[in-house]
Design a protein around this ligand. Sequence first.
Ligand SMILES: CC(C)(COP(=O)(O)OP(=O)(O)OC[C@H]1O[C@@H](n2cnc3c(N)ncnc32)[C@H](O)[C@@H]1OP(=O)(O)O)[C@@H](O)C(=O)NCCC(=O)NCCSC(=O)C[C@H](O)C(=O)O
Ligand code: MG
Length: 356
Amino acid sequence: MSHKSPKDFFAPLAVGAPAPLREIPARPSRAIHFFDPSNPKMAAKVPDMVGTVDVLLGNLEDAVKADNKLAARQGLVDIAKATDFGKTQLWTRINSLDSPWVLDDLVTLVTEIGDKLDVVMVPKVQGPEDIHYVDRLLAQLEAKGGVERPILIHAILETARGVANVEEIALASPRMQGISLGPADLAADRKMKTTRVGGGHPGYLVRQDPVDGDIQGNRTIFQQDLWHYTIAKMVDACAEAGIYPYYGPFGDITDVVAAEDQFRNAFLLGCVGTWSLHPKQIEIANRVFSPSVEDIKHARRVVKAMGDGTGAVMLDGKMEDDASLKQCLVLVDLAEELAAIDPKLKELYDTIEIED
Ligand SMILES: CC(C)(COP(=O)(O)OP(=O)(O)OC[C@H]1O[C@@H](n2cnc3c(N)ncnc32)[C@H](O)[C@@H]1OP(=O)(O)O)[C@@H](O)C(=O)NCCC(=O)NCCSC(=O)C[C@H](O)C(=O)O
Ligand SMILES: [Mg+2]
């Protein structure tokens, strides 16, 4: 197997394309909000959503009717040209690489609105070869369209082969921005027996041992998380590659409580954001993927108590040392990144008083 040398990895893949980034910028992306650019009602709402959500994503793939694929592509071009996105990022999800639409998706979007497009989400990624294909094509199109900064790639993990290859996918290109879980396609590909889009399942459980041998008695059941293994594997692959992991879709729009639980589990495991399919999921994602005031208060206290960052101290009966300081700095750094784009959060975090 031939390998690229590091210097080749950081050379543009087409003459005239912008140089690849050496580090993926930590831009807040708590909610990646999906809209169908061919749906006039949704499209009309996009300009007013700028500034209320970290990422607006024009979806061209699943959930867009086949008859509307061209209208969705053109709708996204029109919206992008007419809208000032400010600090809100503009992403797209292109059609799958084996579809009849994807080539024109990329040619049209990069040459027409490449200067406004931050990230291209690629569905059903099977292995690094899929990323290499998009990587080279993007470079050629950036050169053709005169795009001055590289458009990044986000992969969706929604096939068993993709999950098996997740580390290679994460490391496939300096354009790799992150990876999301695609639980619906992944469930189908794996032949899992859930018909839900993300979330748990009442049948996937562990039951309390019988009390006094009474197996028919009242035994507490603990519902388990179908997605824990995949998310944990994805988080490790992303951390190794220096890119960002995301939950994905939660299809039960009405169950805002369970959505919040799934998002919080993902946040605690290391994910930086999730998808939002309906406007009501944006507020949930923004809240869950922003550290709480209590977390920041504690983290800043530890930072202060640790002084030069070495040794061990006791705070409220608990040991803090170099390693727990690093954990606290994850939260403090995230709070700073979010405060830079979210004035309400900045105000909230600025009012925190640190006790000794
Ligand atoms: C889920 C929906 C079909 C629900 O739509 P609707 O029935 O119209 O909801 P409401 O009546 O509650 O809508 C109220 C108003 O809000 C607008 N609306 C709805 N959704 C959005 C949106 N995403 N962005 C902007 N505006 C939105 C409605 O038009 C109503 O407007 P008005 O009548 O003027 O008041 C719908 O929300 C939807 O289609 N969402 C996106 C679905 C999607 O993108 N799915 C694909 C991603 S998930 C996936 O692909 C699976 C994954 O790949 C995997 O494999 O796991
Ligand atoms: Mg899918």
